[in-house]
Write a protein that binds this ligand. Structure first.
Ligand code: ADP
Length: 250
């Protein structure tokens, strides 16, 4: 099967088994009316890459992230995650892969407000099916990784927005995933908190985490090592993040 128009994906030529290997992946929401949120798309992301998916609101970034994160299925095309064909997986297998190998930081953080930072992070460990005795230590280490050791016992509803974002990242990291997905990681944050989150993503990337970040902000995209741009559901390489303003709808 070939994609039309032909894809331009520099990741496809890199050596090794990609973490993400999509070929002609398409998503149409049935409607009515039907919405083709992602045109047939090729995307390859390799271990250790830091990729930004940039585009204006409504261009299909979340749709793509949901497909990559196995929260949704394409209507056509193939998607191999770390060499495994995801179409052949049953829902429980996809959930298991998601829990163990994919960390997702959603725009809506979905923290339990009355639970502590540590408890929120431990919960993700619980869902992974990992041995119970490891939960506390791994969650503590994940909070340390994001610089929130001193807030570990604070209920989530007493944390600042930046700290809550940090807890959500720790929760996404706690099972030491092969891939970290972040949807608008700096949305609703002030400048200082946004800078702290971007610095944290740099540190995670330096520690060999594979990162895919969806954003409409050029300053966020500029931190990634590779940018793919999405316009009305079509993915392509570039342009440089500085030119992103031109993509915003009038
Ligand atoms: P972005 O993340 O870039 O803002 P989305 O992936 O959320 O874009 O949306 C892409 C397009 O798909 C938009 O036109 C949006 O209205 C549409 N869309 C998203 N989710 C659904 C859905 N569940 N049903 C129908 N249309 C949807």
């Amino acid at each position: 099967m070939t994609c039309s128009p032909p894809p331009r994906d520099p990741g496809a030529s890199m050596p090794g088994v990609p973490v993400v290997a999509m070929r002609c992946v398409e998503r149409v929401y049935p409607g009515p009316p039907p919405v083709r949120a992602l045109a047939p798309t090729d995307l390859a992301v390799h271990r250790g890459e830091y990729v930004a998916v940039v585009g204006p609101s409504g261009s299909g970034k979340s749709t793509l992230l949901n497909l990559i994160g196995l929260l949704d299925r394409p209507v056509q095309g193939t998607y191999e995650f770390c060499g495994r064909d995801t179409a052949a997986m049953r829902d429980y297998e996809r959930a298991a892969v998601r829990a163990r190998h994919i960390g997702f930081v959603f725009q809506a953080l979905r923290l339990l407000p009355l639970r502590t930072a540590l408890e929120n992070v431990m919960l993700a460990r619980l869902y992974s099916g990992a041995p119970r005795g490891t939960h506390h230590r791994w969650a503590t280490e994940a909070l340390e990784q994001v610089g929130l050791t001193d807030r570990a016992h604070a209920p989530a509803n007493t944390l600042s927005e930046g700290e809550r974002r940090g807890v959500a990242i720790a929760r996404a990291l706690v099972n030491r995933p092969s891939l970290l997905l972040c949807d608008e990681p700096t949305g609703n944050l002030d400048r200082a908190a946004a800078a702290a989150i971007l610095n944290l993503l740099d540190v995670l990337h330096a520690a060999d985490t594979t990162l895919i970040v969806a954003t409409h902000e050029p300053a966020v995209a500029a931190r990634a090592h590779r940018t793919v741009t999405i316009r009305a559901g079509s993915l392509e390489s570039g342009p440089p993040p500085a030119a992103l303003d031109a993509l915003e709808p009038a």
